[in-house]
Design a protein around this ligand. Structure first.
Ligand code: GLV
Ligand code: MG
Length: 315
């Protein structure tokens, strides 16, 4: 697939920091929080009566503030509201090139992504942006969205990430819970395991980054660590952060450790020697057998470690 929106596609997204677009104080503070990605929200953290005025505040924050080289995104409203087209026209049309992407919430079908792609193309042409400049992040947070996740992930070359929205998803499933995205102690196992794996597979099959959503108990850092382990271990690229403290935890958690990073490099060296000098496809590395699949796994670790700013230790 021809890719678009190159700048932000492969940037890290260990922490994706949410800021309500109607709150000027928070908008001013957002660039000082060391998150990999910031998104300015026009959707559920903005009250309906503030929706229209939040657009101009978001545009001003994008244009006037200094956002270093992080991924910068705006979450627009879903297609089942009356705000989506206005969000795109006003915010994308006036923000300039620094805006990397828009996030589309509650995506139900591939057609919703295609509709956004088409609208973005018109707005880009009209406002002098390069066509294809704006990427799309799609949130899966309804049952219909999960059923259609494969087609959604393949719907547009603008897609950069697929994101799980646990709070809306719990509501859409009619789960008997009042907090989304936390452990349910009565459930034997992880009640979201299938959902996490399903979204991860669809995202990876289409070359997308895959992101976990919010953890709503914002004072419970141990709980965040514990819950975020699930998607970290499965291979997600990062998770939403609602506070600066959550950002710090997630930046650490979704980076490989130095030890893992060095180990991955050592596997790559040993495998290269085996295949090129000794002409062997499978060899022992310490107590383990390594082969081409090990090289692929190690390459992913190295890529992610480098993206997180690690460099190899000198031995
Ligand atoms: C995020 O948007 C969620 O619904 O969890
Ligand atoms: Mg949601």
């Amino acid at each position: 697939m021809r890719r678009m929106s190159q700048r932000s596609r492969n940037l890290p997204r260990r922490s994706c920091f949410s800021t309500p677009g109607s709150n000027e104080r928070f908008l001013e503070k957002a660039p000082t929080v060391p998150a990999d990605m910031s998104f300015l929200d026009l959707e559920d953290s903005v009250a309906p009566l503030e929706k229209d005025s939040a657009r101009a505040k978001v545009v001003e924050a994008i244009r006037k503030q200094s956002w270093d080289d992080r991924v910068l995104c705006v979450r627009i409203n879903a297609w089942d509201t009356e705000w989506t087209y206005g969000d795109v026209i006003e915010v994308v049309g006036n923000s300039g090139e620094r805006l990397d992407e828009v996030m589309l919430p509650k995506v139900q079908s591939a057609a919703e992504v295609v509709a956004l792609d088409l609208l973005l193309t018109q707005v880009e042409k009209r406002s002098g942006l390069p066509v294809g400049h704006i990427g799309i992040e799609a949130q899966i947070e309804t049952t219909r969205g999960l059923i259609n996740v494969d087609e959604i992930c393949a719907a547009s070359p603008r897609l950069e990430t697929i994101i799980f929205g646990p709070a809306d998803f719990a509501a859409s499933m009619e789960m008997p819970v009042l907090t989304g995205g936390v452990q349910i102690p009565e459930y034997p196992g992880d009640h979201f395991h299938y959902v996490f794996s399903r979204i991860l597979m669809a995202g990876r099959a289409n070359g997308l980054q895959v992101i976990d959503g919010p953890y709503l108990r914002i004072k419970d850092m141990d709980g965040l660590r514990d819950f975020a382990q699930r998607t970290r271990v499965l291979g997600y690229d990062g998770k939403w952060a609602l506070t600066p403290d959550q950002v710090a935890v997630l930046n650490e958690l979704y980076s490989p450790t130095q030890e893992q990073f060095d180990h991955a490099w050592n596997i790559l060296d040993a495998y290269q020697k085996a295949t090129e000098d000794d002409r062997k496809g499978a060899v022992m590395f310490g107590d383990e057998m390594i082969d081409e699949a090990s090289r692929k796994m190690a390459t992913k670790f190295v890529f992610r470690g480098e993206r997180a700013g690690l460099s190899r230790s000198k031995d």
